[in-house]
Design a protein around this ligand. Structure first.
Ligand SMILES: C[C@](O)(CO)[C@H](O)COP(=O)(O)O
Length: 239
C-alpha cells in the first residue's frame, strides 16, 4: 500500500506568525495544510494519509478535514520536539495502518502545497523500482559550504540538486533507520534523505517541479498567494 506521511509539527518560527502556525495560514479561506492534503487525497494510487500535527492544533485540523471533505486521513498523531521526532511519530502511525503489510511511505511537508499528481506517481513508481525516491530540483544558484576550519567548499553547480519533498521509501527501511538514530540518541537529522544517506542507504533522485516550494518565510507565502491566483485565473480565463 502507499501511505502519505505529512509532518506539520512545527510552530513556524521563521514565518513570524503571531496568531497561528504557518501550516494553518489561510488562502481563500483554506489552510495551507488542506491544499497539501487534497493533493494526496485526490491521487488514485494513495491509499491512506497520516499526519503529525502540533498537539494543540489537532482539534482544528480535524475540523478542517471534515469541512474540506478529505477522506483518506486515517491517523493524526502529535508532533515531536524536532522535525525528525514528528516524522517518526507519523511513521509509527503509518506502521499501524499498514498492519504488517509491505508499504511505501511518502514523507511530505504540510507546507509544500504545490506538488503535482505526476510527482506523487513518480515517487511511488521510483520506490517500487529502486527502494527510495528523493524529489529534487536543479540548483539555480551556487552553494558555498563552510568547513569547520574556515575554508570553503564550492560544489559544481551543474552537479548540485536541492532536496525537496516528497522523500519516499519502503516503510520498513525508513522506520528502521529512525529506530537506529533514536538508539544512538540522535534527534537532529534535518530530513529523511540526510538520515538515510548517513546510514548508507542508496538514494534515487527525481526532478520535480520548480513550483514545489516550501512555505517557510513570509516571502514564500506571498509567492504561494500569487501562484494560487494565477492558477485560478488559468481556470477562469483558460490562459
Ligand atoms: C524535507 C525538506 O522539505 C526538504 O527540503 C526540508 O528539509 C524541511 O525543512 P524544515 O526545516 O522542516 O522546514
Amino acid at each position: 500500500m502507499n501511505i502519505a506521511a505529512i509532518f506539520a509539527g512545527g510552530s513556524g518560527v521563521r514565518m513570524h506568525t503571531k496568531s497561528r502556525p504557518k501550516q494553518f495560514l489561510e488562502l481563500n479561506g483554506k489552510p495551507i495544510i488542506i491544499y497539501t492534503l487534497e493533493l494526496f487525497d485526490n491521487h488514485p494510487e494513495v491509499d491512506a494519509i497520516v499526519v503529525a500535527c502540533i498537539e494543540a492544533w489537532i482539534p482544528f485540523l480535524k475540523k478542517m478535514i471534515r469541512k474540506f471533505e478529505i477522506n483518506k486521513v486515517v491517523g493524526i498523531v502529535p508532533g515531536g520536539t524536532t522535525g525528525q521526532d514528528s516524522i517518526f511519530n507519523a511513521l509509527v502511525e503509518a506502521e499501524r495502518v499498514a498492519g504488517g503489510k509491505e508499504a511505501t511511505v511518502m514523507i511530505h511537508d504540510g507546507v509544500r502545497p504545490l506538488i503535482t499528481e505526476q510527482t506523487i506517481s513518480d515517487n511511488i513508481k521510483t520506490v517500487k523500482e529502486f527502494g527510495s525516491c528523493i524529489t529534487c530540483v536543479p540548483a539555480t544558484e551556487t552553494f558555498v559550504v563552510e568547513q569547520g576550519d574556515g575554508s570553503l567548499e564550492i560544489p559544481e553547480r551543474a552537479n548540485s540538486l536541492i532536496a525537496r519533498a516528497p522523500q519516499s521509501f519502503a516503510l520498513r527501511d525508513i522506520i528502521s533507520a529512525h529506530r537506529r538514530a533514536i538508539d544512538e540518541g540522535r534527534h537532529d537529522f534535518i530530513d529523511s534523505c540526510t538520515m538515510m544517506s548517513h546510514y548508507g542507504y542508496q538514494l534515487k533522485t527525481i526532478i520535480g517541479p520548480m513550483e514545489n516550494i516550501k512555505i517557510t518565510t513570509p516571502t514564500d507565502f506571498f509567492v504561494l498567494r500569487a501562484m494560487v491566483e494565477v492558477h485560478e485565473n488559468q481556470q477562469i480565463f483558460g490562459l
